[in-house]
Design a protein around this ligand. Structure first.
Ligand code: TUI
Length: 312
């Protein structure tokens, strides 16, 4: 259903990862049968336009663009994206309602990321083509609800398609998402460990080496909850939060911290965003293998599931 809507092979969308999801990476994911997404968070409008055009030169498959709504350049970014006529737009960290008509009139399919039933309902009323329901297992900016609890509640509340995100990295997670009512998934963390992923090798190693309890959500007290790998920087941040430091002081610490980890490979003092499923991502593999494996494992796990159910 999602494949048909987007004209792609697999119902798998690549999560937008600021400073990481470039034209090259998005094109690689689209070439492998998923929907590649260029993350414009952290880019100027000119950079983002260049990336969109580059992506078009690298693949003739559909790809999308993500808009990080906390970015102050959002109105200009949206204007440019509409003019470029991309196949799909995902949004994050805010309510895209005011821009929905404009985005839709450009011909793009619009998939807002929602952290609650209320926002999902609002997005359906505004004309969203589907919602990406993201649980707090995800890396980066997160909501409060889990994927397990949120996906079926949103699936019951809206009649547009639901795409599940947060904590999905293999065929079991894919099947679970579909069982909860989703028609497809968005994956991010497991793609950080992709061969083609243009993130510093230290960052990839930090994903590969992470275990189930190695991430933490920082910034809840200042209204920007962000899941990152536990490190020196997350501990310092937690201390500042506990001591009641002001928002400005906290923001000073995060300013540029993601870039520091992504570009310089400083995984001690940088902000190493990743989801709780990092513990399942054990090796660096090509994107094609990651996507193919999710779909083939989905089939074998379905047989296992049927056998289990027959024994009940
Ligand atoms: O946006 C994300 N994940 C992100 S954005 C990002 S960049 C960043 N860097 C430093 C600090 C903060 C962000 C890194 N990761 N995911 C999608 C997402 N959207 N998760 C949760 C939400 C969300 C939250 C509130 C969507 C809508 C919303 O609505 C609030 C409202 O206005 O109703």
């Amino acid at each position: 259903m999602l494949n048909k809507m987007l004209n792609i092979k697999y119902p798998i969308i690549q999560g937008a990862m600021a400073h990481i999801a470039t034209a090259e990476f998005a094109a690689a994911v689209s070439e492998c049968g998923g929907l590649g997404i260029i993350a414009t968070g952290g880019m100027t409008v000119e950079d983002a336009q260049r990336e969109i055009r580059k992506c078009r030169s690298l693949t003739d498959k559909p790809f999308g663009v993500n808009i990080m709504l906390m970015n102050p350049n959002t109105p200009e970014m949206i204007e440019m994206i509409c003019a470029e006529q991309v196949a799909a737009v995902t949004t994050g960290a805010g309510n895209p309602g005011p821009y929905m008509e404009l985005l839709k009139s450009s011909g793009a399919k619009v998939f807002p990321v929602v952290p609650s039933v209320a926002l999902a309902r609002r997005m359906e009323r505004c004309g969203a083509d589907a919602v990406i329901v993201e649980g707090g297992e995800s890396g980066g900016h997160v909501g409060e609800q889990t994927t397990m609890a949120l996906v079926p509640q949103v699936a019951d509340a809206v009649s547009i398609p639901v795409i599940a995100a947060g904590g999905i990295a293999d065929g079991r997670g894919f099947n679970a998402a579909l069982a909860l009512g989703a028609v497809g998934v968005q994956i991010g963390t497991c793609l950080l460990a992709a061969e083609e992923c243009p993130v510093h090798p230290n960052y990839k190693q930090a994903v590969i080496k992470a275990g189930d309890t190695d991430t933490v959500v920082t910034g809840r007290s200042i209204g920007t909850p962000v899941r990152i790998r536990k490190n020196k920087m997350s501990r310092r941040y937690a201390q500042l939060e506990k001591s009641g430091a002001d928002k400005e002081q906290m923001e000073m610490l995060t300013l540029g911290a993601l870039r520091k980890a992504v570009k310089d490979g400083d995984v001690d003092n940088g902000s190493v965003m990743m989801g709780q499923i990092a513990g399942l991502c054990r090796e660096i593999k090509p994107v094609q293998e990651i996507l193919d494996r999710i779909i083939t494992q989905s089939q074998t796990e379905l047989t296992n599931l049927q056998q289990k159910l027959e024994k009940i």
